[in-house]
Design a protein around this ligand. Sequence first.
Ligand code: ADP
Ligand code: ZN
Ligand code: ZN
Length: 765
Amino acid sequence: MAEWYADVIIDISHDKVDRPFQYRIPPQLAGQVYPGVRVQVPFGKGNLVKAGYVVDLSGQTDYPVDKIKSIIAVDDKGITAQGSQIRIAYWLKRQYGSTMIAALKTVLPVKQKLRQLERKKVTRCVEGDTLLAALQLCEKKHQTAKARVLRALMTDEILPYELIRQKLNVSPATLAALEKQGCLRIEAEAYYRNPVRCVAGEEKRIVPSRAQQEIIETVVDDYRAGHPGTYLIHGVTGSGKTEVYLGIIEQMIGMGKQAIMLIPEIALTYQTLLRFYKRFGDRVSVINSSLSQGEKYDQIRRAQAGELDVIIGPRSALFTPFPNLGVIIVDEEHESSYKSESMPKYHARETAVQIAVMHRASVVLGSATPSMEAYYRAKRGEYRLFEMKARHGVSMLPRVYTIDLREELKQGNRSVFSRKLRELIGGRLQAGEQTMLFLNRRGYAGFISCRSCGHVMKCPHCDVSLSEHRGNMLLCHYCGYEEQRAAKCPVCGSRYLMGFKAGTEQIEEALHKEFPRARVLRMDADTTKSKESYEKILSAFADEKADILVGTQMIVKGHDFPNVTLVGVLAADLSLNQNDYRAGERTFQLLTQAAGRAGRGDKPGEVVFQTYQPEHYSILHAARQDYQGFYEEEIAYRELMQYPPAAHMLAVLITSRQQEQGETLGSQMTAVIRERMRFGAQTLPARSTAEGEAKAGKTWQKLQIIGPTEAAISKINDLYRHVFYLKHPDYQILVESKDLLEHFCKEKELKNQTVQYDFDPMNTY
Ligand code: ADP
Ligand code: ZN
Ligand code: ZN
C-alpha cells in the first residue's frame, strides 16, 4: 500500500513558517490527516510530544523511509481558526500554484511584539463663527491641510484620528498645531480596557428604496435559511450599492456575525470610510498599505479577539481571521488590483467565494461594470444577479461625443486635440469649470495602426494586437507569431502606419501652447513617485487650483470632483489595442468610468472619446453606457477564441539567467504537457473509474498549448523571460497541468531559473 506523508509545522506563525517537518501518516490515521488539522508529533532528539499543524501532504518523502517518525494522534477538537487559515493557504497553493510557504505567508498575519493598543480621536473645540473664522484664516494663509481638517470638523464633531491622518493626508505636526491653537483636542483611549465608543458624528439615516430593500432581504433571508450564496449587484456609480452593503452588514452584525468589506485601495476614500465609521462606530477598522506591519497585526488581533465587526481594506483584508464570518463584500469587483501580482497569484473574488464556502458565509459582489467572469457566472445562475438601474440624487448621465481621429487627419488637424475637444476645453476655461484629460498608457506595448483607416495589425491566430519589436518586426506575445513590419497599410495602402507616441508630458506641452493661460496639473508615474504627491495633486485639483488635470488611468478612479464638467479621453485606442484578450473589456470599463467623472455635481457633464475605431463595440457601448450590449459582443469573442471566462488559461512564466536556458525549459515543459495529452488516460495516477479515465483522456485532448515564446518584456534585471499558455474549458485540467509541471521542475532541480504560474492572467507577460 502506498505510504502517505504529512508536512507538519510546529508553532506556526508568519515568521516561522519556513520550517516544516515531514511525518509518516500511520494507517490508523489515514483519512483524518489533511491540511489545517492539528496533530501530535514526536519532536527533536528526546521525542517530546508537541502539537503542530499539517500544512501539506505527499506520496513521497525526502527522508530515508526507516528514519521518518510517525504522527501520534489527531486533535479531534475540530478545525481551529489557524487551521482554517492553513486550509485556505493549501487551497491557494493548489489552485494558483506556489510553494506552501509562500501561500502561508499570504494568509498569516505578520507577528509583532505586542504593544499597548490605543485609538485616538479628534474632537472639535470651537464652534460656529469661531470655527469659520479659523477656517478662513487658514485658507487665506494657504494652510490647506489645516483647512481640510477644520472643514471636516465642521460637519462632524468627533473624528477618528487615523481617518484624518490617512485620508485627509494630514501630518501629526499639523494636528498638534491645531490643538495648540485650541481648535481641537486629541485624545487617546486604551483600547482593550476602555472600549469607549468613538463615534464619528451621527449618521443621517437613509430609508432604503424598494430595490435596495429587496437585495438586503434576499441576501439576509438566504443566509438565515442556511443557504448562503454569491450575489452580484450591477449598478452604476451612485445607484446606492454602498447603502446595500451597509444594510447587509448591519443585519449580519445583528446575528452576531462579522463582515469583510473589500474595496480597492484607490477607492478607499475619506467619504466612503466615514460612512462606515458613522454606521458602525469603533467596531469597524481599516487595513491599507499606509499602515505599518505592527498596526496591521493589531487590527487582525482585534478581529480575532472579537473586538471588531467589520474590516475594510484591499485584497489582503480577505484573510482576516474572524471567529464568525457572515459575509464578504467585494466592491468594484472588476478591478484588476484584486489579482495578486506575486505568487500565489490569487484572485480575491474567487478566493472570497472559497473562504465563504468554508465558513458558510455569503459573498456580495458589486460593480458598475462587472467583470466578464462575474457576469458570465451570474448569467449561468452560479451567482444571483441584481440590477440597480437608477441613480439617486440629481446628477445625470453625461453627454458623450465620439470623435473619429481619421476624420481629423483628413481635415488636416494633426494636433492631439480634436476640434470638438479643443472647443469644449475653451468653453470650460471661460466658464471657470474644470476639465480632466486622460491618456491610458498602462501596459502599453507599441501596437501599430493606420491613421487613415484605423486598421490595427493583429495576430492571425490569437486575434490580439501585434507589438512593435526590435525595430521592424511585429510580434504576438501569446503565440510568438512574427511578421515584418509593412511600410503601407494592408487595407487602404496609406503610409500613415505607425505607433502612438504621445505621453502625458507632450499633452501638457500641447495644452500650454494652445491654452497659454490655463493652469495645468499632470499626474502620472513620474509625478507621483511618493504616495503624498499623489494625494497632493488630487487635493490641489479638488481645491480648484488648476483648470485641467492631465493623467494616466490613475485619475479616473475614486475621487469626486464636483466642478469637473468635461472629460476627454485622448486616445481610446491605447487600451483597446493592448496585446491581450482583456483589452476590449478594460477599455469599456475605463471609458465608462472616465465618463462617470463628468458632471458629478449639479452641472451636467460632457465627455469626448477620441479614437481611430469609433465603430468598435467597446467604444460604441461605452458611449451609450450600455453594459448589456457590450457584454453580449465581448462574450461572443471570448467563446469563439476560448478565452476566459468561456474557458480557462494558465500562463507559465520562466525566468532565467541565460536565454537558451529559458527557451529549452519552455520546450521541455510544453513537451511534458504534450506527452500527457498523448497518453490521455493511460498515465493517470490512480483516479476514479476506467470510464472516468477515458473521459479524462478525452478532455486532455482539448488542451491548447500556445507558445513558448519570449515574453513581451523579454528581459528584466538581466533575467530573460519566456512564457507559454495553456487553455482548457476545465480549470481542474489546468491545475493538474500545473502539478505535472511543478513535479517536472522539482525533479530537474532548476538552477538560476524560476517558474511562475498565473491562472486566468490579467495581463500579458
Ligand atoms: P454607489 O455605492 O452605488 O456608488 P451609494 O450607496 O454611495 O451608491 O449612493 C449614492 C448616493 O445616493 C449617496 O449619497 C447615498 O447617500 C444616496 N442614497 C443611496 N440610497 C439612497 C436612498 N435609498 N435614499 C436616499 N438617498 C440614497
Ligand atoms: Zn489603412
Ligand atoms: Zn498569436
